[in-house]
Design a protein. Structure first.
Length: 152
């Protein structure tokens, strides 16, 4: 069974975000091993450049297998594209690490080391919502791969 690792800068604080996340994680259990890695935000006393560098180092330490960055400036992906990416990747590796950067994004070093970059559109989402959308889309992708009706 493939392992999906979602690496996120920042923590979910509000109960409703945590509940939404937990619901999708529960649903994902029949398709994959799913792990969330929450990294601390480093932007309290640093410049943006320093913040990106520090957060980037933490992100790169946690990546395993194929790496996929959620990036507003990346190639636009729909649900089927994400399903195709997961299905193809699972044939080559047992782990896919998805990354959601911090409030300033991610460093150029992180961007250059990613195997794939994915965008769900040009809108800016709050990080909490972006995380839930990412998890839901991963769940939807597995449903597409499995041929269920969820994705319709």
């Amino acid at each position: 069974m493939i392992k999906i690792k979602l690496i996120c800068v920042g923590k979910l604080k509000e109960k409703f975000w945590v509940e939404a996340q937990n619901e999708y994680i529960k649903r994902l259990q029949k398709f994959c091993k799913f792990e969330i890695v929450e990294l601390p935000e480093k932007n309290h006393t640093s410049t943006i450049s320093e913040t990106l560098q520090r957060e980037g180092e933490l992100i790169l330490e946690k990546i395993e297998g194929k790496s996929v960055l959620f990036d507003i400036n990346a190639k636009l992906f729909n649900s089927q594209n994400l399903a195709d990416l997961i299905e193809k990747s699972s044939q080559a590796t047992s782990i896919i690490s998805f990354v959601i950067g911090g409030s300033y994004g991610v460093s150029e070093k992180v961007k250059h080391q990613m195997n794939e970059k994915v965008s769900f559109g040009k809108i800016t989402l709050p990080h909490n919502l972006a995380r839930i959308v990412a998890i839901e889309q991963i769940y939807r992708a597995f449903n597409i791969i499995s041929g269920t009706n969820y994705h319709k």
